[in-house]
Ligand binder design. Structure first.
Ligand code: FBP
Length: 547
């Protein structure tokens, strides 16, 4: 692999570890845990892994550990730092016993089922230290839920004498990890399963999981680009830039990028839902800011739009819920309908209320809502061009206001979607350290015989030395939700909390950002230089931890 000068320098970076992980480690158990909701159902579904205590890793006495083979899987969307989770896991395993071996399953959970794997040796690991991407073994979205899949996986685990599997993934993938851990425990197969919290979306977090890895780097990468756009925008003063940002459901990425760049508008899906706003309300809000700025002579600005917005507009959310159930039951019949007739077909099948909402949507968006779901049953919101939908509707509203004499300005829009641009960026120092620590922690949970746990590293706004490593039972994060038309146990997504410190801080300043041009241009992530430039965590984490 040809490397850039930065990659060569960066390869030598030694990620920081919490103090407790630097030497021999022992487990300190906390109180038994309960699921966040639906306790009875979750306990019934996970009799072997429910109620386990949370775990803290503390300094212990050196001891000998038997040789163990471990498998690792990268699951779901890419997130900066995945390679460091694997290098931390590898280094931890080798420290426990140099004869330990690590196998990577290729292209996600499918690799386990299809027996597609490779051994990850020191030479391979060294090539990937502190790099972005998941290309060391690739990733995939295969959902592990069927007994045949678990059994196929077990065949290869037995063959390779693998006693533990680490699944690096988001909420859906860690749900898979939990189901797999429970199955192998119930069968007494002697296979441990440990999860690691990954996703740029930032929605896999709770009391014990402060942040998912990749959120830090992805937000900094998007913020650099938003800052560049803002500077361009403030230089030519002739465009409104509509910027959609990844984050399937939650608006954490948009909110964090807003803190870093001070756009004129940042929509927060969770607020739109709680205020029961219609699409027209959202359009009116944006158009009003555009009109107010135009009145001050400013025919330019920036709007940040969370990717999942459309699903949070209550009327559209109801429509999607009915569409999900309908398509889960009638997918084949729908697929057989000629594309030109599909809209009409759906209108005829939905309840009157949802049918009316569906009929009111622009054709492109209506079509996108019926496209294939991902393997977890989610609408693929990254395919819906909300940024164009909104800017077209704002243009329409402004044209009406112009006729009525309520608006005197010029409106020209540019569109952007930042998602894939940030998912494989070289990890920031924070993500490099955090991921390495998560992987290293996973090795220690394995060595201590744990299964059904997620690797956890806390106190992350303090210097890495003071981070607290441990494990949280995955069942603690679970509740029951409707998926593919059925109630399923899943990890509860952490959405933006409207009474949380980050949102409140944003709400207090957004009107000033709307009126004034207070753009911030954060520039690129820095890997070498002063600590207050290179080691800053996200503002979201700073607000959350300050409470
Ligand atoms: P994960 O939840 O698996 O981390 O993926 C999140 C994400 O990056 C979303 O932000 C986005 O909506 C989605 O993946 C895109 O999926 P795909 O990579 O399959 O296009």
């Amino acid at each position: 692999m040809t490397k850039s000068a930065l990659q060569i320098e960066r390869a030598a970076y030694q990620p920081k570890l919490p103090k407790a992980l630097k030497g021999a480690v022992k487990v300190q158990e906390g109180e038994p845990t309960h699921s966040v909701a639906d306790m009875e159902e979750i306990q019934k579904l996970f009799p072997n892994t429910y109620g386990m205590p949370s775990i803290k890793l503390v300094e212990g006495e050196a001891k000998e550990y038997p040789v163990i083979n471990v498998g690792v899987i990268l699951s779901g969307g890419q997130a900066p730092g995945g390679h460091n989770v694997i290098s931390g896991l590898f280094d931890g395993l080798k420290k426990l016993n140099p004869a330990n071996r690590l196998y990577g399953f290729i292209l996600g959970p499918g690799g386990l089922v299809d027996h597609n794997y490779k051994e990850l040796t020191a030479d391979i690991i060294d090539e990937y230290r502190n790099t972005g991407g998941f290309d060391i073994i690739g990733s995939g979205r295969t959902k592990l839920e069927k007994v045949e899949q678990f059994e196929k996986g077990y065949e290869i685990l037995k063959e390779l004498n693998i006693k533990a599997v680490v699944i690096i993934g988001g909420d859906d993938s860690n749900t898979n990890a939990c189901v797999l851990a429970e199955y192998y425990a119930a069968k007494n197969y002697g296979i441990q399963v440990i999860g690691c919290p990954k996703t740029i979306d930032g929605d896999l977090k709770n009391e014990m999981i402060e942040t998912s890895f990749g959120f830090d780097t992805a937000c900094k990468t998007y913020s650099e680009m938003i800052g560049n756009i803002e500077r361009d925008c403030n230089s030519s003063r002739k465009y409104w830039h509509f910027i959609k940002l990844m984050g399937r459901s939650a608006s954490h990425i948009a909110l964090e990028c807003a803190f870093q760049t001070h756009p004129n508008i940042c929509l927060i899906s969770e607020e739109i839902e709680s205020k029961n706003m219609s699409l027209d309300d959202v359009v009116t809000y944006i158009a009003q800011v555009v009109a107010d700025r135009a009145a001050d002579g400013n025919n330019f600005g920036t709007v940040l739009i969370p990717e999942g917005l459309i699903e949070f507009i209550p009327a559209i959310k109801k429509l999607i819920a009915e569409l999900n159930d309908f398509l889960a039951a009638n997918g084949e019949e729908f697929a057989a309908i000629a594309p030109a007739k599909q809209r009409e077909y759906i209108i005829g099948k939905l309840s009157p209320e949802n049918s009316a909402v569906y009929a009111s949507l622009p054709a492109g968006v209506a079509r996108q809502l019926t496209l294939d779901r991902d393997p977890h049953g989610n609408v693929q919101v990254s395919l819906i061009e909300t940024e164009k939908l909104l800017s077209e509707m704002v243009a329409g509203k402004l044209a009406e206001w112009k006729k009525e004499g309520k608006y005197v300005g010029k409106f020209a829009a540019q569109h952007h979607f930042f998602g894939y641009e940030g998912r494989c960026a070289a990890p920031s120092n924070f993500d490099a350290d955090y991921c390495y620590s998560l992987g290293y922690t996973a090795s220690m949970l394995i060595a201590n015989g744990k299964t059904g746990y997620m690797s956890s590293v806390r106190n992350t706004t303090a210097p890495a030395e003071q981070w607290i490593a441990g494990g949280i039972p995955i069942t603690e994060m679970m509740n029951m939700e409707r998926r593919h038309g059925e109630m399923k146990p899943v990890i509860r997504k952490a959405l933006v909390e409207l009474d949380g410190a980050p949102f409140k801080a944003f709400a207090a300043v957004r009107d000033q950002w709307a009126k004034n041009t207070d753009f911030v241009y954060p520039g690129p992530i820095q890997y070498f230089g002063p600590s207050d430039v290179c080691d800053q965590t996200t503002k979201t984490l700073q607000y959350e931890q300050a409470k």
